[in-house]
Design a protein around this ligand. Structure first.
Ligand code: PLP
Length: 386
């Protein structure tokens, strides 16, 4: 489906993959297909395989082609949310008695899905620090796992895991290595090229990029794994709607330049915070002080738009999060606008008291693409209030 594109660069693929002009009218932007059903040329005579909206839709296909192209994978699948994508993958791969080895700071909803929904159906869960490959190897030695699930950079402490190293461990152990690439996006990091088996996205974040669509994605090289996830999606139904798919496609066209600007602004924010005396610690892989800096510099082309900071205590964190004005107090991340979040009480409230709990003095910033001087001034004003 990308054969018509005489280019292979990331930004060219983001703009053109799956986006061939409409052959009947010449419309440069392909139409959004809302039809739920497709006329047949005699029974079973489908045009281009389309039959019914849950099994396939041309606007969704366009997005799936684009997703596969930008992650450098064979199969792209688009879902109604990031968690719907995770659910389809997990249920199509796992059976009762299988175990998932999960990073110790993955997205809280991922933990909740496995622990509380799949757990009662017989799926086991072990938590390990994925950035420590010796700990992963030891865990695999103790007992096999069907899936190794990692987020890098992780949320919200921006830990960095060696994807190629983890992929080698996974291969040796016969486990599927799944990378949630939501934070870096394929503009900055391409896990399949580093040996991972599956990439997961909350397209709600950087792929959509404008905080106006909820979506999820899987990108998979292996035909059988992809077929299993696609069949589960078809059978259980968590497809993305045509307008959601179209909004995501539109967002992806500017992903490269957005990630570049997010990274530049986040670097300036991290530098500013690191030099401020009310800030106890800054978590940003672009900082030399970050323990994963060198690894991040190897496997990412820039360091992304998320910066976390620790203040003196939980009270100061709460006050700071409620004091910024340009950084709006809200869950989620990855949009063009800057957001601030107190994980302990907001995004990570569901993992309070578990091994995935986030220290209460930590605040997470999703640094947008606004003018950087305005962002720094807003942070300075909020810090002055502490
Ligand atoms: C938001 C998020 C998810 C879940 O995606 P939804 O689109 O909200 O279902 C999964 N992983 C990460 C890293 C996220 O930030």
């Amino acid at each position: 489906m990308t054969a018509h594109i005489p280019a292979h660069g990331f930004d060219s693929l983001a703009v053109h993959a799956g986006q061939a002009f409409d052959p009947t009218t010449g419309a440069v932007i392909p139409p959004v297909h809302f039809s739920t059903t497709y006329a047949q040329d005699g029974i079973g005579g489908l045009r281009q395989g389309y039959e019914y909206g849950r099994s396939g839709n041309p606007t969704r296909t366009a997005l799936e082609t684009q997703l596969a192209a930008i992650e450098g994978g064979k199969h792209g699948l688009s879902f109604s949310s990031g968690l719907a994508a995770e659910d389809a993958l997990l249920r199509s791969v796992l059976g009762p008695g299988d175990e998932v080895l999960l990073g110790n700071d993955v997205y809280g909803g991922t933990y909740r899905l496995i622990a509380r929904i799949l757990g009662p159906w017989g799926v086991g869960l072990r938590i390990v620090d994925m950035s420590d490959l010796d700990a992963v190897a030891a865990a695999l030695e103790e007992r096999p796992a069907r899936i190794l699930w990692v987020e890098t950079p992780s949320n919200p402490l921006l830990r960095i895991t060696d994807i190629a190293g983890l992929a080698r461990l996974g291969k040796d152990a016969g486990a599927l290595v799944v990378v949630d690439n939501t934070f870096a996006s394929p503009a900055l990091q391409q896990p399949l090229g580093l040996g991972a088996d599956v990439v997961v996205h909350s397209a709600t974040k950087y792929l959509g990029g404008h905080s106006d669509v909820v979506g999820g994605a899987l990108v998979i090289d292996d035909d059988k794994v992809a077929e299993g996830a696609r069949f589960l999606q078809f059978a259980a139904g968590a497809v993305s709607g045509p307008l959601d798919a179209w909004l995501t496609t539109r967002g992806i066209k500017t992903l490269g330049i957005r990630m570049q600007r997010h990274s530049e602004n986040a670097t300036a924010v991290a530098d500013f915070l690191e030099g401020h005396d009310r800030v106890a610690r800054v978590y940003y892989p672009g900082l030399k002080s970050h323990p994963g800096h060198e690894l991040a510099a190897r496997q990412m082309s820039a360091f992304g738009g998320i910066v976390s900071l620790a203040l003196a205590d939980g009270k100061a964190a709460r006050k700071f999060a409620e004091s910024t004005r340009l950084f709006q107090l809200a869950e989620s991340l990855g949009g063009v606008e800057s957001l601030v979040n107190h994980p302990d009480e907001m995004t990570h409230a569901s993992v309070r008291g578990t091994e995935l709990a986030v220290p209460e003095e930590v605040v997470r910033l999703s640094v947008g693409i606004e003018s950087v001087d305005d962002l720094l001034a807003d942070l300075e004003r909020a810090l002055d209030k502490l």
